[in-house]
Write a new protein. Structure first.
Length: 236
């Protein structure tokens, strides 16, 4: 998954340039399909998050372990059915709905802060700007960012471990560290995964799994940025 792919050459002016990508037309068609499905997935997730903030709030606050089991179970199911037409789409949208609904309690808490709605909007705008700028760079440069793989994987493990520690011990500096590292790691993963998906073009990645990979990068980046804004707002 990570590391050198063996299909790249060195540019004297920049990073690794992918040497054996599929044709430009096939890459273009694949990425258009991926980004179209990603937009729909994010819309489903956003609608579900709004529902989670209101009617669904007691369900998700009261049964966090059940929700976690449901989300991981749905993700594993999606991996199993990713090549089955229609079924893969239904499971993907159901997964997005679950993830969005689980985000509802966090958003409901955020909007209770003075200026909370602005804080959520700023997080969303910054997430959008980072995603589009990094995706565009990966698409235009057509570089391989495989050299980032080991760093991003290590960073992700550290974020996960610190997030677990944060459940039991949550001083302000640890919360800021987790949020800041999360923002950096998931920004890097957007760049890394976009390049990897381009190299694949329905090889390693099906469109559904490409969408879910980018979706999780975007969602976790948004959560990290929102947490950073909350911490700064709390300091004020």
């Amino acid at each position: 998954m990570f590391g050198n792919t063996g299909f790249e050459k060195r540019s004297p002016f920049a990073g690794n340039i992918v040497d054996s990508l599929p044709s430009s037309s096939s890459i273009g068609q694949f990425m258009v399909k991926v980004y179209g499905l990603l937009a729909l997935t994010l819309l489903v997730s956003a609608a579900s998050a709004v529902w989670g903030m209101g009617a669904g709030l007691p369900m998700f606050v009261g049964h966090p372990i059940l929700m976690a089991v449901a989300m991981f179970g749905t993700l594993f199911l999606l991996m199993a059915v990713q090549r089955i037409p229609v079924v893969n789409m239904l499971v993907m949208f159901f997964f997005a709905a679950l993830m969005g609904a689980s985000l509802g309690p966090m958003l409901a808490q955020a909007v209770r802060f003075p200026g909370g709605e602005t804080m959520v909007a700023d997080s969303l705008l910054m997430t959008t700007a980072i995603f589009f700028s990094l995706s565009l760079y990966a698409l235009v440069s057509r570089k391989s960012f495989s050299f980032l793989g080991s760093f991003l994987f290590t960073g992700l493990i550290i974020v996960v471990v610190l997030s677990v520690v944060q459940i039991f011990w949550h001083p302000l500096f640890l919360q800021a560290l987790v949020a800041g590292m999360g923002a950096l790691v998931f920004s890097g993963l957007i760049l890394f995964d976009t390049a990897r998906i381009m190299q694949s073009a329905e090889g390693e990645f099906t469109p559904v799994m490409a969408v879910v990979t980018l979706y999780l990068d975007v969602l976790n980046l948004f959560i990290s940025l929102l947490r950073i804004f909350e911490l700064f707002r709390g300091e004020e």
